[in-house]
Write a protein that binds this ligand. Structure first.
Ligand SMILES: [Zn+2]
Ligand SMILES: [Zn+2]
Length: 352
């Protein structure tokens, strides 16, 4: 760029944009180029909370004359978005005691699953994203959970551990399990701080570690090896068995971890599979699926830009005769097992 052009751009900024910025009230411009008025709205001829644009919603400058504070910002959107109250959270119904219950919470794109044993012991696997922590606490409150016998943080990705600090602050947590891999994000640090504040140290998860429970087996099958910076493959994989029925929770474990579990000769057979990595094609290989042979496949997934769940994986599950249940379609999905059969209910759509 020529010096002259840079100078004239600078001049435009000082003469035109600066007065606009100086007179504008604070607020972040959203992706549509506008925002909601928060302060000094009357001065701008706006209602409190009214959606509007500064500078016509464009980055192009407007003549300085229009930048007077008395001038009402122009080019309001043709359809003014009204601020809608958030829809009420659909809470799962607490099932009768005496069965093994698994609540696949609807946390949008992410994972959070609660296991309740017939003897009323509770295990929470993951807590969804940061902004889902409050919802997970609401789900736990709705189910009357005051104490978690175990919390499992499958791996340090935000869509799994983000909400766990809220859970740690809200309920009593007796033990925390996580693989021996760390992350530098604030979200992960918040999780570690919350664990410390709860007076707990993390129990390292590897294949062979078990969660002590009464009448129910809970064994970790992975991680088997070290996976460098592939956090997904570090996922703690938990198999839960009650009498003749079993569940496999794979976190975001990908092909490498799946192959290691297969090579290790572990008994992967499970009636219900929590499908790895939100149905991404980086998980659920044909060989792994053949070994698990699930009757039901639960996918914890929300609105996302990753293409989850992958259409090829959905086809693979269908070919394997697994009934697919998705949290983005059914809300929170509850599996109820008496040890010989499993039934399902959900907060949205018809129950299975
Ligand atoms: Zn994930
Ligand atoms: Zn992940």
């Amino acid at each position: 760029m020529k010096k002259k052009t840079i100078f004239s751009l600078f001049l435009t900024f000082v003469l035109v944009l600066l007065p606009i910025v100086a007179n504008a009230h604070p607020g972040r411009t959203d992706s549509d180029g506008g925002h909601y008025c928060r302060t000094n709205c009357a001065k701008w001829g706006l209602q409190d909370g009214e959606y509007h644009y500064h500078n016509g919603g464009k980055t192009k400058s407007t003549p300085a004359a229009t930048a007077k504070p008395s001038v009402k910002p122009t080019a309001k959107p043709t359809t003014k978005p009204t601020v809608q109250p958030a829809p009420a959270l659909a809470l799962p119904k607490k099932q009768n005691a005496g069965t093994l219950q698994v609540y696949f919470f609807d946390v949008g794109q992410g994972d959070s699953t609660l296991i309740r044993t017939p003897k009323n012991q509770y295990i929470l696997i993951d807590g969804g994203n940061n902004n889902q922590g409050k919802n997970v606490v609401k789900y736990l409150n709705a189910l009357g959970v005051k104490t978690l016998d175990a919390m499992v943080a499958t791996h340090p990705d935000a869509d799994h551990i983000g909400g766990l600090d809220d859970v740690l602050k809200a309920v009593d947590v007796k033990a925390v399990y996580a693989p021996k891999v760390s992350h530098t994000t604030e979200t992960y640090k918040d999780f570690l701080t919350a664990v410390k504040n709860e007076g707990r140290t993390i129990k390292a998860v590897t294949k062979g570690v078990t969660i002590p429970l009464t009448g129910v087996e809970a064994n970790f099958l992975a991680p088997i090896n070290s996976y460098g910076d592939n956090l997904n493959d570090w996922s703690a994989v938990l198999k839960v068995i009650y009498k003749n029925k079993s569940f496999l929770f794979t976190g975001d474990a990908e092909l490498q971890s799946e192959n290691d579990m297969l090579a290790d000769g572990l008994n992967l057979k499970a009636d219900v599979l929590k499908v790895g990595h939100h149905g991404s094609n980086s998980s659920t290989s044909k060989a792994f699926l053949d070994a698990v042979k699930p009757q039901y496949a639960v996918i914890s997934v929300g609105k996302n830009n990753y293409g989850h769940p992958d259409s090829g994986i959905l086809a693979r599950l269908k070919n394997a005769n697994a009934t697919v249940l998705r949290t983005d379609q059914k809300g929170t999905i509850t599996a109820i097992s008496d040890g010989t059969k499993i039934t399902f209910t959900s907060t949205k759509g018809a129950s299975k």
